[in-house]
Ligand binder design. Structure first.
Ligand code: TYD
Length: 210
């Protein structure tokens, strides 16, 4: 594959998405062939599955159903968006991917990391990101940022603090397991510092390879 597949991960309110939007804009201005995409979603059918997953009315969704829906939307996303972009030599900046399923469904929903990894293997056929930037912010800080924004919370965000704490611990465990691929950034700093740390990791990585 000619392109680069870079994912951004983090617990809710970690600050990953705002850093991601800024670097996307800068990289485009620098002339890189960048595409931004996200999960769940990132292609027409995957976006429809997203609506079902995040719908606040779908309380009580079975955890395995939830994990399968994320994997189904991931499969569509890979086939329709990610693989064609990699073939075309683009730099893909993706907001969430497989690690989200491992942290949220594997750890926090207690389905087990290995089970969720194995189930996703059917969807991903072994596709991993070239680099994953994990923005870590303790859940009490992340959730208070979301509440301050006064926007509507989706079904996952409405979960209790114990759920968010387990997501956070899951991400820390993943950063150990996938040391070669995951770089951890401290999301508790100012927006500017987070952005600067993200750039210090991301830009040399891209320059070396493209
Ligand atoms: P989104 O609004 O995209 O969240 P964010 O802005 O935090 O990235 O909502 C996605 C939610 O779905 C988020 O709470 C994380 C969760 N999620 C999973 O539980 N498993 C997954 O595989 C993915 C991709 C997301």
């Amino acid at each position: 594959m000619k392109g680069l597949f870079i994912t951004f991960e983090g617990n809710d309110g970690s600050g990953k998405s705002s850093a991601l939007q800024t670097v996307k804009q800068e990289l485009l201005e620098l002339g890189y062939d960048v595409i931004y995409t996200r999960e769940p979603g990132g292609s027409p059918i995957a976006e429809k599955i997203r609506e079902v997953i995040l719908d606040k009315e779908n309380v009580g969704m079975d955890p395995k159903t939830e994990a399968l829906l994320y994997a189904a939307s991931r499969r569509e996303h890979i086939v329709k968006t990610i693989l064609p972009a990699l073939e075309a030599g683009k730099v893909i900046l993706c907001d969430r991917f497989l690690d989200s399923s491992l942290a949220y469904q594997g750890y926090s929903r207690d389905l087990g990391l290995e089970n969720v990894l194995e189930m996703n293997q059917f969807a991903t056929e072994g596709l991993y990101p070239d680099l994953t930037i994990l923005v870590c912010t303790r859940p009490e800080i992340g959730m208070s940022r979301i509440k301050k924004d006064e926007r509507d919370m989706d079904r996952l965000e409405l979960e209790k603090m114990t759920f968010h704490n387990k997501v956070y611990d899951g991400y820390i465990a993943l950063s150990e397991k996938f040391k070669d691929r995951i770089v951890v950034i401290n999301g508790e700093q100012t927006k500017e510092q987070v952005l600067s740390d993200v750039k210090n990791v991301l830009y040399p990585f891209i320059k070396e390879r493209i």
